[in-house]
Design a protein around this ligand. Structure first.
Ligand code: NDP
Length: 485
């Protein structure tokens, strides 16, 4: 298998197979805007087959010892690591992100996801409660749910796909999974790695196709007991509407519009370096990017000058070039969406300080490249600050007091993460308590410890992933109460 391969296939019952309909979808290389492969346009028939394979595998997998499950997950992690460069290049070609980023972040993290949950499951325990005086003891069994659905987005393809699959498998479930149709390649390549690691057939099934057909078929399948979804807020809402009346367990990791709050007492150079990254890493297509930058008025003009200079120095180029800080955006429709926000800036009394234009990379003229863009806004109420753009676009504006900064940070429908730059301990604790987000980073950004709960408040989602939270989601707690004499 090479990344030049034209067609990818569904992975069902340990086999690679074409969609039953015989229909295919074009797969584009964002770096040159050309079709480089075909993806199965799977229908309910393919999903049904995946569910049947899962149902057949479940009795054995759910009774496989924790040691054995752990061993297989660790082997999958090793398999991913052994193919690091190959997978990184495949991810970059599919998504447009720099190969250097996929090599340093995406693929190592996919391996870590399997390694982490391979270990975590061996430590997953439940409490016992002795009811003294009643001669009873209670304990909790943590049963796997059965067949679960995992649906992931295009921005961190293998990274987020495995973030769901690894805990689901570790907990003894069988999985029917769908990566984004925009970036299915590394999920496809994972199938072979799972076979090599000895994952039994049917335990993991990967079905490719469109969200509203293949994804919808997974969400509404009566035998699928839980849905773990990462993607846009509107899609999450639609999934909840379908799955909630069926009483499915739901984990929804949705959009973000994260504040980056910069105070004058911060470590300025560290803040500046990190803010460039938290604004434009992965072309700004990370749900955790700090897209609304608020700066204390006393350092606003200095920050503006320094930040814009640093952003102008970033190189947009072909993802395979080592010097490229930003690669291509993921797709043409997404590029057009991001551009439409930039074009609308002047209607909102906002000023483009840097960027705002498409970049033509010689030799790749039809690629989806965009300059990293900094826009100065007058109010947090403008569309640029209220809607998720999910591209290389950040806004900046000054604030005068802590109260004003906190109010603006919270005045948005999303609540995924916030970054705070200050050396004041009291402010740190006040903001940590009062920011309406699932994650608060202080003097850092995107430092991840996989044991911590990950997820958002408000329209950024429901539930938490990570650590034992994920294992709790993928298991059903059953209380057993025994009376003795
Ligand atoms: P989408 O919501 O468009 O898609 C996410 C996944 O859901 C894709 O696999 C998609 O398939 C599928 N899907 C679409 N419609 C349905 C449906 N009706 N039923 C079932 N599945 C469906 O999100 P994007 O892929 O555009 O990803 C970007 C979004 O993800 C951003 O809003 C971003 O903030 C969010 N995100 C959130 C994170 C978090 O942890 N909170 C992390 C990363 C991203 P297809 O692509 O084939 O249409």
């Amino acid at each position: 298998m090479t990344t030049k391969t034209k067609s990818i296939q569904n992975f069902i019952n340990g086999n690679f197979q074409n969609p039953k309909s015989g229909e295919w979808i074009d797969n584009y290389d964002p770096s040159c805007g050309e079709v480089y492969g075909k993806i199965p346009n799977s229908s309910t028939v393919d999903v049904e087959e995946a569910v049947m394979a899962s149902a057949k595998a479940f009795p054995v997998w759910s009774n496989t010892t924790v040691d054995e499950r752990s061993k297989i997950l660790l082997k999958i992690a090793d398999g991913i690591e052994a193919k690091l460069q190959f997978l990184a290049e495949a991810e970059s070609k599919d998504n447009g992100k720099p190969v250097s980023l996929a090599t340093a972040v995406d693929i190592p993290r996919a391996a870590s996801n399997f390694r982490f949950f391979g270990h975590a499951i061996t430590q997953f325990a439940s409490e016992a409660h002795e009811s003294v005086g009643h001669q009873t003891v209670n304990f909790t069994l943590k049963k796997p749910l059965g067949i679960v659905g995992c649906i992931s987005p295009w921005n961190l393809p293998l990274y987020l796909f495995t973030w769901k699959i690894a805990p689901a498998l570790a907990a003894g479930n069988c999985v029917v999974a769908k990566p984004s149709e925009v970036t299915p390649m590394t999920a496809f390549l994972l199938g072979e790695i799972c076979n090599e690691a000895g994952l039994p057939p049917g335990v993991l099934n990967i079905v490719h196709g469109l969200g509203h057909t293949t994804g919808q078929a997974i969400v509404q399948h009566p035998q699928i007991k839980a849905i773990s979804f990462t993607g846009g807020t509107a899609t999450g809402e639609h999934i909840a509407r379908t799955a909630a009346p069926m009483f499915k367990k739901l984990s929804l990791e949705l959009g973000g519009k994260n504040p980056n709050l910069i105070f004058a007492d911060c470590d300025y150079e560290k803040m500046l370096d990190t803010t460039v990254r938290s604004s434009f890493a992965n072309q700004g297509q990370i749900c955790l990017c700090g897209s609304r930058i608020f700066v204390e008025a006393s350092i606003y003009e200095k920050f503006k000058t320094d930040f814009v200079a640093r952003v102008k120095a970033l190189k947009v180029g072909h993802p395979s070039e080592k010097e490229s800080n930003l690669g291509a955006l993921v797709s043409k429709p997404h590029l057009e969406k991001v551009l439409s926000y930039i074009e609308d800036a002047h209607h909102q009394n906002a000023k483009i300080l840097s960027g705002g234009n498409r970049v033509i990379v010689p030799g790749y003229e039809k690629g989806y490249y965009l300059e990293p863009s900094v826009i100065e806004v007058k109010t947090n109420q403008c569309k640029l600050n209220q809607e998720e753009i999910f591209g290389p676009v950040v806004t900046i504006m000054p604030f005068k007091t802590d109260e004003e900064a906190l109010a603006m940070a919270n005045d948005v429908r999303y609540g995924l993460s916030a970054t705070l730059w200050t050396n004041n301990l009291n402010r740190t604790m006040r903001f940590s308590n009062e920011l309406q987000t699932g994650i608060v980073w202080v003097n850092t950004w995107m430092m991840r410890d996989l044991r911590t709960p990950f997820g958002g408040m408000k329209d950024s989602g429901v539930g938490r992933e990570g650590g034992f939270e994920a294992l709790r989601f993928f298991t059903e707690p059953k209380n057993v109460c025994i009376q003795y004499s």
